[in-house]
Design a protein around this ligand. Structure first.
Ligand SMILES: [Zn+2]
Length: 323
């Protein structure tokens, strides 16, 4: 009898692990996410689907360096399960103060719902020391405009997926699936964009604000100069005259800028030099620019066409015919 009991104990299935395997975390009713930019918000929506409720703090068309903190933003931060940000001081003008005030432990650095994408990015132009000789530096931790390299946008999407899986592990497989679908599509588009722009690799461009080094690196362009002598500084007539000379020497055809910069300050330069001013399409501001992939494609096509390339549609058709 005793032997039977010992055997029974020895071969009994371990109760705890069996129970543990059955306990899958329940999905959250709804994941409340705060994203600082439109692009981050869109990625959260794409990967989160119906499971997420996304709030975007900085709407399309606002200069990220000049956003003011608002009470409505604070309310959103107080109620959120997760926060995703660009980092690298992109949100320095409003986020740190609001985060502290929100007292939402999940969203503080190291919290379960805190995702600072900048920490995953190989930042360009990281200064060796802070230069305050010309006032406050808008890019003190390196250049924060990394979302102009589409490979970095893939890193952003991966960060979104990992954040959602951490906050809402019950839907982990669902997030994985939606991310895979988006990432495959992005990979394909990026390959097409790179092939399309290849014939004009090495060309010089100029930019209004220093937002474009990641774009230039991704597509092998050079940025020959900026309308702003330093990020945030307005140009003097002398600076503009020098820039015009540089443009002639470097055979610059394109000026890149965002919709929020003071365009009038570059209009004389554009007229005199005959270059094309290209304003980056505003994600989420129109039907055509509803998704990241379509708005980025529109930008790439504008740059290509300004240098004499066909449209991307024509490029794809020609590539097919050659096969
Ligand atoms: Zn900037």
């Amino acid at each position: 009898m005793r032997i039977v009991l010992i055997f029974a104990l020895l071969f009994a299935p371990p109760l705890n692990t069996k129970l543990g395997a059955q306990q899958k975390p329940a999905p959250l009713e709804e994941v409340k996410v705060v994203a600082t930019t439109v692009l981050l918000g869109q990625l959260v929506q794409t990967i989160g689907g119906d499971a997420v409720d996304v709030d975007v703090l900085v709407k399309a068309g606002h200069d990220p360096h000049r956003v003011l903190p608002k009470a409505s933003m604070l309310l959103r931060l107080k109620n959120a399960d997760a926060l995703i940000m660009m980092g690298l001081d992109y949100e320095h003008a409003f986020l740190p103060a609001l985060l502290e005030k929100s007292r939402n432990k999940n969203l503080q650095d190291g919290g379960n719902g805190y995702e600072n994408v900048g920490k995953r990015i190989a930042a360009l132009e990281v200064p060796k020391s802070l230069d305050r000789s010309q006032g406050a530096d808008l890019h003190p931790r390196g250049n924060p405009h990394y979302d102009l390299d589409p490979e970095n946008v893939r890193i952003m999407a991966m960060a979104v997926r990992e954040m959602l899986q951490k906050v809402d592990p019950g839907r982990s497989a669902q997030y994985q699936l939606r991310w895979t679908e988006w990432d495959q599509a992005a990979k394909q588009e990026i390959a097409i964009w790179k092939a399309y722009l290849k014939p004009i690799a090495g060309r010089n461009l100029i930019a209004y604000h220093n937002s474009w080094p990641y774009f230039a690196a991704a597509f092998q362009f050079k940025i020959a100069g900026f309308v702003e002598p330093k990020p945030g500084l307005r140009p003097s007539p002398r600076h503009l005259a020098e820039l015009e000379k540089t443009m002639q020497q470097a055979d610059v055809k394109v000026l890149l800028m965002e919709s929020w910069v003071a365009r009038s300050e570059a209009s004389g330069l554009v007229k005199r030099s005959g270059c094309k001013a290209i304003i980056a399409p505003l994600l989420g501001a129109s039907k055509q620019n509803r998704s990241y992939l379509t708005s980025m494609q529109a930008l790439i096509e504008m740059v290509g066409v300004a240098h004499g390339l066909p449209t991307i549609q024509e490029f794809k058709r020609d590539a097919k015919e050659e096969q």
